[in-house]
Design a protein around this ligand. Structure first.
Ligand SMILES: [Zn+2]
Ligand SMILES: [Zn+2]
Length: 136
């Protein structure tokens, strides 16, 4: 079966930053950790991973902030939270699915860091839950 090469387009709220991810993103997950919550100002953040070679910024350059050894990026104009890397030279990059132009293109597989979950966030999607990171 021939599959078309998927290209995911997305960007920040104001449009200053645009990116493109090539191929099928993996490890699509809802992260409840406190760092993701604080950095996004949201009760949880849904991420999808691309290999670093398959992801690039097409317009603008986000502001990168290193915190606790991880590197997160934001639009310096509108503040949208865009990406996460576990270290600056990581060979994969997690992209905030809510910044995709079409977030419906991916389907989350699980929840991680549910030990940090806010009590009023009620999970009813029957996806696997991991107290901390995903066990590989
Ligand atoms: Zn922006
Ligand atoms: Zn997190």
């Amino acid at each position: 079966m021939e599959t078309e090469r998927k290209i995911i387009h997305g960007g920040c709220l104001c449009g200053a930053i645009r990116y493109e991810g090539i191929g099928e993103p993996y490890n699509v997950t809802h992260c409840h950790c406190e760092d993701c919550r604080k950095s996004a100002g949201a009760p949880l953040v849904t991420w999808a991973s691309f290999s670093r070679d398959n992801f690039q910024f097409m317009k603008g350059k986000p502001r990168e902030i290193a915190w606790a050894g991880r590197v997160r990026s934001f639009c310096s104009t509108c503040g949208s939270s865009l990406t996460f890397m576990s270290e600056s030279d990581s060979d994969e990059i997690d992209v905030a699915v809510a910044t995709f132009d079409q977030p419906d293109l991916v389907t989350p597989a699980d929840h991680i860091w549910t030990e940090d979950r806010i009590s009023w966030v009620k999970l009813a999607d029957n996806l696997p839950e991991h107290a901390r990171g995903r066990t590989k």
